[in-house]
Design a protein around this ligand. Structure first.
Ligand SMILES: Nc1nc2c(ncn2[C@@H]2O[C@H](COP(=O)(O)OP(=O)(O)OP(=O)(O)O)[C@@H](O)[C@H]2O)c(=O)[nH]1
Length: 352
């Protein structure tokens, strides 16, 4: 992937995170404002209207402003983290404004800190806590040291409702994120074991399955056969008809392999113009039938495609046996059979 594409993908990921954070910020701002309003309504007459205006601005302006600022930034996540720290100041102020009342204070602290803890950004968390203390102390002094330890039952209920809703919303968001991460992980795993050109399993994955089949034979004597398949004179096909035609023929071989094997078996691209098939519960005779089917289908495909005059396959087969102490011994046996098929004139099957 070119460098600029990686940078673009990273930015797109960061913007998605900014959107998610903004959503949680809006939820937190609404719930926090409800808890603050419930407390102010009971105690905050001394402040006058200014504190309500500040609350309204904090609720209505801050989340969209923070979102807009982060999205416009060259480094959206870094900007977002700075905003997280700044929010500590706001929360500290509101904890002071609610007279250090423990219940709304807990709601505000939870709304502020839970997301930071979930993201594991410990330095940001430390910065946020510092700002919270600064906001709390300066706000408390500025507002005349309000001290309202008691809260009405109705206020308490509202605050508990806000706390519950926030925990619920955060859990739901984390669950959604986890699901997306799992889906992405599965996609990466699939890509990691697939040959991108022709959508067949790649050699690395194939070899891991060979190891399993070898282990099952040694433990339970479960028989298996390995087919190594090579396109004959493929270099000539490339040279004569061009690489695009060559690629199409390789795609055709892949389709044939996919169509021939049973569900438990595994076809793979072994490298270049070489393919492999692992046949589970198949002895050499079953392997030979499968190989013949593949050769017949290849002949039909070449005739139907019409792009090249002739293109054949050589196939070496090895059924696993007790001489194959290592997996490599089994592969070497199939390789030797393939070599014999080539040496004997190609377009044939040799059972090792
Ligand atoms: N078009 C195309 N060609 C490929 C690809 N991978 C490998 N090749 C070509 O496949 C050819 C393989 O040639 P060899 O295996 O050396 O020999 P061959 O011509 O097939 O002859 P024999 O195997 O001896 O019958 C090389 O020319 C590679 O460049 C691919 O993905 N697409």
């Amino acid at each position: 992937m070119p460098h600029y594409a990686i940078a673009e993908e990273r930015r797109a990921n960061e913007l998605r995170t900014v959107d998610r954070v903004c959503l949680m910020r809006m939820v937190g701002a609404v719930l926090g404002s409800i808890a603050i309003a419930a407390t102010l309504k009971a105690h905050g007459h001394s402040y006058g209207g200014l504190v309500w205006v500040a609350l309204l601005l904090n609720l209505a302006l801050w989340p969209p402003m923070a979102w807009w600022h982060a999205r416009r930034s060259v480094t959206p996540l870094r900007t977002e983290r700075r905003q997280w720290v700044l929010e500590g100041l706001f929360a500290g102020f509101w904890i002071a404004a609610t007279g250090l009342s423990p219940v709304p204070g807990t709601v505000l602290a939870c709304v502020l800190l839970a997301g930071r803890v979930a993201s594991g950004a410990w330095r940001i968390l430390a910065g946020t806590l510092l700002m919270l203390v600064i906001g709390l102390v300066s706000g408390w002094l500025m507002l005349g040291r309000p001290w309202w330890p008691d809260l009405s039952e109705a206020g308490m209920r509202i605050c508990l409702f806000c706390l519950f809703t926030h925990i619920f919303a955060l859990s739901y968001m984390l669950r959604t994120q986890l699901q997306q991460l799992q889906a992405r992980n599965e996609l990466l795993q699939r890509q990691n074991r697939t040959d991108a050109g022709i959508e067949l399993p790649n050699r690395r994955y194939f070899e891991s399955r060979l190891v399993q089949a070898h282990g099952r034979f040694r433990l339970y004597r479960q028989v298996a056969s390995l087919l190594l398949i090579d396109v004959d004179h493929f270099k000539e096909i490339n040279d004569r008809y061009g690489h695009q035609t060559g690629d199409r023929i390789l795609g055709g071989v892949a389709d044939i392999l996919r169509a021939t094997v049973r569900s438990g078996d595994l076809p793979a691209r072994y490298g270049g113009d070489e393919f492999a098939v692992l046949l589970i519960n198949a002895n050499r005779l079953a392997g030979q039938y499968a190989a013949e089917r593949i050769r017949r289908m290849m002949a039909a495909y070449i005739q139907q495609d019409g792009a090249v005059k002739a293109c054949t396959l050589s196939i070496g087969i090895a059924e696993i046996n007790t001489d194959h102490v290592r997996v490599q011994d089994w592969v070497s046996a199939a390789d030797a059979a393939l070599y014999q098929a080539k040496a004997a004139g190609r377009d044939r099957i040799v059972v090792g």
